[in-house]
Each structure stands twice: as structure tokens, then as C-alpha cells.
Design a protein around this ligand. Structure first.
Ligand code: ATP
Ligand code: MG
Length: 419
């Protein structure tokens, strides 16, 4: 029989990974909580229509990366490619309950059918946060400051830099798009087919073109910055003031547009310092004031970000994770007595690996050593008839025979004695 393998771009996280990931997730959850963010969990599957317009009909995600299907009831559904839109849907559907400003964070798998490579998977994990209900730039700045704090907590602050841009309002962007169309039509003969095909649908995408002759046209294209009104300028200026005041460095980059259509005003990315921009975005976010109305909800301004957990976990140093404390070996003790001893230890907070598969004492002790446990708990027939066990400290061979009722406290003591 041929072996059935996992799906391309979807990987297993093994026990040594999950311990590390949990540590990263716990640090993040604690950091978010300090800023008043509470966890939200939305379904992995949503109606396809929820994503199409909100992320943008012309974005890669919607055009070619969604895992969409029709279920047995004929509904058009998709595995979520991101969680901002589902989160806003959930807040609209359930109503804001925290005084008109809901601060939530989420974590979980997202699905995009892109070409798998290092740091890019078809099932990947994101951690993100959204603040919905308030248009104040304080929120944008607070999220950026929270992320800077998170990088500190993770010890990766020196590896990242912050890039900020101003996307203005939907009207300002529409104005700019019209000017771009005029510009590109004027220079149509210098464009390639791909660029020409984008003039009507999404002229902004032409700005990313790698084609030399297209780039020349791009270099003289009108800038969004010139279309921004005073209110837009003031909003992002005030965000920049607040983050500068918090001691956070950043660079401004007018080419930072983000991949999804719902953003306006402040957008930002944290990218790896020594790497080319494209593959190295760890975290991206910004404001999305029109999103709630686009999905049929009330006018609810919002701001949020998502970070790639696969990429963050790879960046954070792996702490070594301790093995269970005790390894229970037996030379003739009954199964039920061994169970009693192991449960006695566990009830007192110690972790126990129980040896299975037989073998003599020497072989079992060798296994305990190889597993890197601190103590061997030896249960023989003599010990059992006396209601006792032998504890053996593996680093120096120190050994004590104690009553089962005192096994946990003696084990703890023996571990303290070696530091
Ligand atoms: P990229 O430019 O790397 O494709 P993106 O702009 O598509 O990223 P977002 O939609 O903003 O990404 O998602 C936020 C973060 O989620 C990214 O910065 C990245 O760290 C992570 N991410 C996105 N797509 C993937 C993927 N396919 N595999 C692993 N991580 C991903
Ligand atoms: Mg992408």
C-alpha cells in the first residue's frame, strides 16, 4: 500500500514544536491582556461572500488562494484566509458589548493556497488583534506600541523594523486610482500585458511590477501622498508622534500598500531587518474604518494587525523544555501498585513517565537517563510489600527508600538539593 502523506503546504507540529509555540502564544496572550485585549474565537469556515468583496475581488487571496467549496446543502463556503473580516463579522453579529470599543485578539490557523516555501504554508497560523468602534489615532498607536512590547517580551526587538504609510480615505484613494489609470493609459505602449490587464481593475497592482519598462512608467506615476487631505495627514501624523514619543523607530514607505483592500489611513508592517522586503513580513496591520459597513453592519471604525506565528516561532529562540521529572521503573511491583505511586506523584504536581516494555533494572534506568529525567522511581516486590518505593537521583546516584505516602515530598526535596 502506498503511504498516504500530508497535504502539500500543510505541516505537522511535533511535540518539540508545540512546547515552543505554546510558550510564544502564552507570552503574546499575556502581552495583549495588559492592553485590555480579550480573546475571540471565530469559526474556521465562513460564507465565501464574506471574503470576496471585503478582501478585494482583484487581490491574489480572493482570485487564486481561497479554499472554497460548496457543501452538501449547496452553501458556498471558504476556509478562512485571514481573521479580520470574520472578527468584524462576529462583532457586528453579536453587538459590541464593551462600552462601544471592543478590543479582541485571536489566534489560529488560516488557509491560503499559495506556493509553499520556507515561512510560507497553505495552512499557517496567525495571532492578531482588532480594536473596533473608535476612530481615534490613539488606538493605532497603542497597537504599534503593544507590538513593540511583544517583540521585547520575545527577545526579537533587534531583528525587526517598523514601516509605516498613510493610505488616506477611500475617496482619496479612488481619486488617486483615477489619476493612475490616466497615467498608465497615457503610457500604455510601455506596459506589458499583465500591467495592461490591471489598468481598469486594480492599477495599484501595477506599482509592484518587476518589468523594467513598466517600472519606468511607475517611477513617474502620481503619488497618493499628493491626494491626501488635512484630516488624513493629521491622523497619521498623530500616530507617528505617539509612537515616536514611546521611543519606537520607524521608516515611512509610500510603496507600502498591504495586500488586502479594506485598509485606510494608518498601515504598518514589521519586517525582518536584514532580508529583502517580500518574504520577510512578520506582521502587518492598519485601520479599516469602512469594513463593518461593507459587510452590512453599522459604521464602526476599526484598526488591527495579524502576525505570522510560523514566522515568529522560527525567530524566537527555542528554550529547552524540561522532560518529566520522574521515570517510574519496576522490578516485579504490581501494575496497580505502580499506578498508585505514579498518581501520588502526579497529584502533587510532579510529572511522571511510566516505563513500558519490560527489561531488567539496568536497561530501564538507562532509558530514564536517556530521557533526561531527574529521578528514577523504582518499584520492586520488596518495596511493594513494605508500602514503599526507592527514589534514585540520576545525576549522582543518591538513593532513598521512602513510604509511598511521602514519595512526592521526598522527590521534591531530592530535586531541590541538586538545584
Ligand atoms: P506576505 O507578503 O508574506 O504574503 P501578506 O501581506 O499576504 O504576507 P497578511 O495577510 O498581512 O500577509 O498576514 C499577516 C502575516 O501573516 C504576514 O505578515 C505573515 O507573517 C503571515 N502570513 C501570511 N501568509 C502566510 C503564509 N502563507 N504562510 C505563513 N505565514 C503567512
Ligand atoms: Mg501574501
Amino acid at each position: 500500500m502506498p503511504v498516504i502523506l500530508s497535504v502539500r503546504g500543510m505541516r505537522d507540529l511535533l511535540p518539540e514544536d508545540t512546547a515552543h509555540w505554546q510558550a510564544v502564544e502564552t507570552t503574546a496572550a499575556a502581552c495583549f491582556a495588559r492592553y485590555g485585549y480579550a480573546e475571540i474565537r471565530t469559526p474556521m469556515v465562513e460564507r465565501t461572500a464574506l471574503f470576496c468583496r471585503q478582501l478585494g475581488e482583484h487581490t491574489d487571496v480572493v482570485q487564486k488562494e481561497m479554499y472554497s467549496f460548496i457543501d452538501a446543502g449547496g452553501e458556498e463556503l471558504s476556509l478562512r484566509p485571514e481573521a479580520t473580516v470574520p472578527t468584524v463579522r462576529a462583532l457586528v453579529e453579536n453587538g459590541l458589548r464593551r462600552g462601544g470599543l471592543e478590543r479582541v485578539w485571536y489566534g489560529g490557523p488560516m488557509f491560503r493556497r499559495e506556493r509553499p516555501q520556507k515561512g510560507r504554508y497553505r495552512q499557517f497560523w496567525q495571532l492578531g488583534a482588532e480594536a473596533v468602534g473608535v476612530a481615534d489615532p490613539v488606538i493605532d498607536a497603542e497597537q504599534i506600541i503593544m507590538l513593540a512590547q511583544l517583540w521585547n517580551d520575545m527577545g526579537v526587538q533587534d531583528k525587526l523594523c517598523l514601516v509605516v504609510n498613510n493610505l488616506g480615505t477611500a475617496d482619496e484613494r479612488a481619486h488617486h486610482r483615477e489619476k493612475l489609470r490616466t497615467h498608465f493609459r497615457h503610457h500604455e505602449s510601455q506596459l506589458d500585458d499583465a500591467a495592461r490587464a490591471r489598468i481598469d481593475g486594480n492599477p495599484l497592482r501595477i506599482l509592484d511590477s518587476k518589468n523594467k519598462s513598466v517600472q519606468e512608467v511607475v517611477n513617474t506615476a502620481p503619488l497618493l501622498a499628493n491626494e491626501l487631505g488635512t484630516a488624513s495627514q493629521q491622523h497619521v501624523a498623530s500616530v507617528k508622534n505617539m509612537i515616536t514619543g514611546a521611543g519606537i523607530d520607524f521608516v515611512e514607505d509610500t510603496t507600502l500598500v498591504r495586500g488586502l483592500d479594506y485598509y485606510n489611513l494608518t498601515v504598518f508592517e514589521w519586517v525582518l531587518k536584514d532580508d529583502s522586503r517580500r518574504q520577510s513580513t512578520l506582521c502587518g496591520g492598519g485601520r479599516y474604518d469602512g469594513l463593518s459597513e461593507q459587510i452590512g453592519g453599522p459604521a464602526l471604525p476599526g484598526c488591527g494587525f495579524a502576525l505570522g506565528l510560523d514566522r515568529l516561532a522560527a525567530l524566537v529562540d527555542k528554550a529547552s523544555h524540561p522532560a518529566p521529572t520522574c521515570y517510574l521503573v519496576t522490578t516485579g511491583g504490581s501494575d496497580s501498585y505502580c499506578t498508585t505511586v505514579a498518581e501520588q506523584l502526579r497529584k502533587n504536581g510532579l510529572s511522571v513517565w511510566r516505563h513500558v516494555g519490560g527489561g531488567n533494572l539496568a536497561r530501564q534506568l538507562k532509558k530514564a537517563d536517556a530521557m533526561n529525567t531527574a529521578l528514577a522511581v523504582i518499584v520492586g516486590t520488596d518495596e511493594e510489600s513494605a508500602g514503599e518505593v526507592t527514589l534514585k537521583r540520576l545525576c549522582d546516584g543518591e538513593q532513598q527508600q521512602v513510604l509511598t505516602s511521602r514519595v512526592a515530598e521526598t522527590a521534591a526535596m531530592m530535586m531541590i538539593q541538586t538545584g
